[in-house]
Design a protein around this ligand. Structure first.
Ligand code: BMA
Length: 371
């Protein structure tokens, strides 16, 4: 079966690519992926992504880790196409478990990522590691000193380097049929402008956060020689421009400026929630567009969604008008849990508001992975 991303590169995009200078077949896989994303942005396209899309969906999951053809997808069931971008999470890999924090076997994750890339899609990895100091999960509190403890000189440094080694070992298995490492996006230490993770704002200093990000980059990019990773930085919705840049790890270690921002239903109802979302994301995309130009980086909406999709028109009336005409490489909505009936961020076959997503997916500038 042949899979192509719609649309194919136009002559104009190829020109933009050529003018970048460092692209072309001899560029690193990282640069090739960046060039591909840049060309898509230059065409005014936005790739659509969905977390864990091929591993499970609302009320189903892949059982046969090694043999399943990985052709099921809630997004595909509704729109006819796979998402262009699929997200995966490494959480619990560091503990030596065989499945991640959401019960996705790493063997399945590897196969799904490779399959998606072979079909012409793009993959991204996030990581919700356990707290290396207390043994709690990523959210476990208190979280004081966890970041400090893993930096050079800290009491958990050697231990934590073992965790980075485990991530590097997994990444090293992501190779195509020719044995080449596939390019992918890695988005570690996300939503650090909030304080719900142990690497959050209240639990470490600016210098410590930056050191953590840079240590992760140095280990994988320099020590392990992984020139196939596009590095994404993704603060949360509480950011204003100053907070967004407060813990910026550096132009030399970040490729993609992301943002994680959801629609949250408060007591004031759906309409108010959507209005807040549009203002928040719209405002953030204003400064992100500017920052992206200043720093020479691509931007993206690295996580978004409205849990349970209670708004029948969220895709076409909340998300789409907020991202339309913005130079964002991709937008990714979070996972459709198979074991929590209300925890989903993309529609599924039979969902009452599925038509709105289909209309979104058919917009000229929204790109999915077509058969
Ligand atoms: C959260 C929820 C959790 C999940 C975590 C990591 O937003 O979806 O159920 O464990 O992400 O994927």
């Amino acid at each position: 079966m042949k899979y192509v991303l719609k649309p194919v590169l136009t002559a104009a995009a190829v020109l933009v690519l050529a003018s970048c200078g460092d692209g072309g077949p001899t560029a690193s896989p990282r640069q090739q992926l960046l060039d591909r994303l840049a060309a898509s942005v230059a065409e005014g396209k936005i790739l659509y992504g969905h977390q864990d899309d091929l591993s499970y969906g609302h009320a189903w999951k892949v059982e046969d880790v090694t043999g399943d053809p990985l052709e099921r997808s809630d997004v595909r069931d509704v729109s006819g196409s796979f998402p262009a971008v699929v997200g995966f999470d490494l959480g619990a890999l560091e503990l030596g478990r065989t499945a991640n924090l959401d019960n996705v076997p790493f063997a399945l994750m590897r196969r799904a990522a490779l399959t998606h890339v072979e079909r012409g899609g793009i993959v991204t990895f996030s990581w919700h590691p356990w707290n290396p100091l207390t043994g709690e999960d990523a959210w476990g509190m208190p979280a004081e000193r966890a970041v400090a403890s893993v930096l050079p000189g800290g009491e958990r440094h050697d231990f934590f380097m073992g965790w980075l080694r485990a991530v590097g070992d997994f990444f090293d298995t992501l190779r195509d049929a020719e044995g080449n490492r596939i390019p992918f996006i890695f988005r570690p230490w996300h939503e650090h402008t909030g304080s719900w993770f142990w690497w959050g704002r209240d639990h470490c200093t600016v210098e410590e956060y930056v050191a953590l990000f840079r240590m992760t980059h140095d280990y994988l990019a320099a020590e392990r020689g992984m020139d196939n990773i596009v590095w994404c930085y993704s603060p949360g919705r509480e950011s204003d421009e100053a907070m967004y840049m407060e813990r910026w790890p550096g132009d030399d270690v970040v490729d993609l400026m992301g943002l994680d921002c959801y629609t949250y239903l408060g007591e004031d109802g759906i309409e108010a929630a959507v209005a807040r979302y549009k203002e928040q994301v719209g405002g953030a995309l204003d400064y992100l567009t500017r920052l992206g130009e200043e720093h020479g980086k691509l931007i993206c909406l690295s996580e978004t969604g409205f849990e349970g999709l209670p708004d029948p028109h969220w895709w076409t009336e909340a998300l789409y008008p907020t991202i339309q005409d913005r130079p964002i490489a991709y937008v990714l909505t979070w996972r459709n849990a198979c074991d929590k009936p209300t925890h989903f961020y993309a529609p599924w076959d039979g969902f009452e508001h599925a038509a709105d997503f289909k209309a979104f997916s058919e917009k000229e500038d929204i790109v999915l992975l077509n058969l």
